[in-house]
Design a protein around this ligand. Sequence first.
Ligand code: MN
Length: 157
Amino acid sequence: MTRRFVVQRHRARRLHYDFRLEVAGALASWAVPKGPTLDPKVRRAAFHVEDHQLGHADFEGVLPAGQYGAGDVIVWDNGTWEPRDRDDPAASLAAGELHFDVYGEKLRGRFVLIRTRPATDEWLLLHKRDEYAVDGWDPEEHPRSVLSGRTNEELPH
Ligand code: MN
């Protein structure tokens, strides 16, 4: 089965990247303030947030002032993903640890999500050292949408 993966760069009150994995017909979602990276030495804080509908994976645009998440959103990366620990990602997430491979345009290779603080649903997102790992890789140096080629700043506001 093919599972969708998307990362949206979202300039809301604070910049963050919304990292989303299709699980059981919805997009399981984490807000990653510093964004995902291919650097295997880096662990990113990832705050588990509410599931989004699958259709949101293609959303790019401006959320008006006054609305939750007001700000601009680009589809920063997308593609597919596969679980690597067992073929039941919902159970892996419930257990607080998911190992997976991502096949995006920017992100590639083996990632891990680990729940570190169950009380606040805080996780860590990290990239394993594999053939896709790149030391020092910074998502902010790759700012364009994979759908439109635009940056957040270039969206019509
Ligand atoms: Mn967001």
